[in-house]
Write a protein that binds this ligand. Sequence first.
Ligand code: SF4
Length: 453
Amino acid sequence: MTSKVYYMDARSNSPQTSLVSKMITVFEAAGFDKLIKPGDVVAIKLHCGEWNNTGYLRPVYARTIADKVKSLGGRPFVCDTTTQPYNPYATRCTALDLMVTAERNGYSSATLGCPFICADGFLGMDDYRVDLPEGYILKEAYIAQAIAAADVMIVLTHFKGHALGVIGGSLKNLGIGAQSKRGKFNVHMGCHPTYGLGSSAIFHPENCKGRKGEEDWQILEDCCPYGLIHVTEDSIEWEREKCVNCLSCLRPMISRGIWELSEDNFNATNAAIADACLATVKAVGPGKVAFINMAIDISKGCDCICFADVPIVPNLGVFAGYDPVALDKACLDKVVEAEGVQGSTAEEMEVMESGVRKFESCSPLMAGLSEEAQLNTGEIIGLGTLSYELVPVDEKEMTDVAFPPDPRPVGVRFRRLFKKLQPFPYDRYEGKGYNREEKVDLERVNTHFDDKK
Ligand code: SF4
């Protein structure tokens, strides 16, 4: 079986080739407009970006899809979910924190023309349980309730790298991003008997000098929301059997060499991401979930970190389809095919050539993780296929270039207004308006610095 992936490249040189227009063009080419019936509640799932991240999708993309949904008679809302803490100073861990961060990043009803919703409730416990007998590792998943309640979902994804997942595409947008907080603990292998951090990480208490020897020892205790870390006078204790894999202590532990992470923990999580993505599709309904990948600003890290590095490859384009495995595979293939960006991590890691895998060298927390793990799992469990047909979509013929809120030509719109509130001072300098030199040496400035030497 082969899935169709509708695609337009990232070049823009006219209104109809802007990335916003291309996103809607592939939306229509993929038939997403036929998915939405009048009255349908439509979730637009995206990542609203971490505090101070600058690589996340600009709100105009979600706004345009929301407008499109409304034009089809649907009731859109844009949403994201609460996170695990992930670091000692979490910024999206409650609905309140998420809304504050989202608004700072430009996501609000004012910009979107529809509500921005935290889909899993105040602390991430509003969810819908899905049985998953077909899952590779997960046999159940917990989907954010507002997403499970939607009639239709448009998954709007910024395709880029990810520290743990290696890639962050459609699968990760749902496999992590559509899970409630308790769903995220599940995907991250919290308390898992084999792959959980408590079971799989190698603990080196000898690398902690304790309260006497560590000036900033307090953060080691303060970063755990379950109080599982205890710094003693000369070492550290960890109640590993209760660890939920919230990852809040990850950096403090790794930077001191107290934890040695297991590759298996990340590999298992990557397989679970595909499982949880499938569970989300099941929750909304097969055939009711449409995927768009914006492969732009392709930094090595996810939008869940509080910065965005120089992209490792140039912008690649806009992809749409119903099969998230095929969609992410098509984007990943384009990244491999592309040449790396000079001055980026791709150059540092010497993966600049076309044909070379880039994310595996540039993005992960540890070497040895595969950028294809989520996709391979997705195919095994029947979420989608790695076999795809890339369908190039032609740019739309421009029949109407008018500004939608007022489509009249400017002469009609402004003639009366300019007469009343004249912006050009015709009454000054004999109708010439301004005090200016009549003639200057333009050649003198119309030159290059080198020519003057
Ligand atoms: S010990 Fe486990 S539960 Fe506590 S902060 Fe670390 S990862 Fe989270």
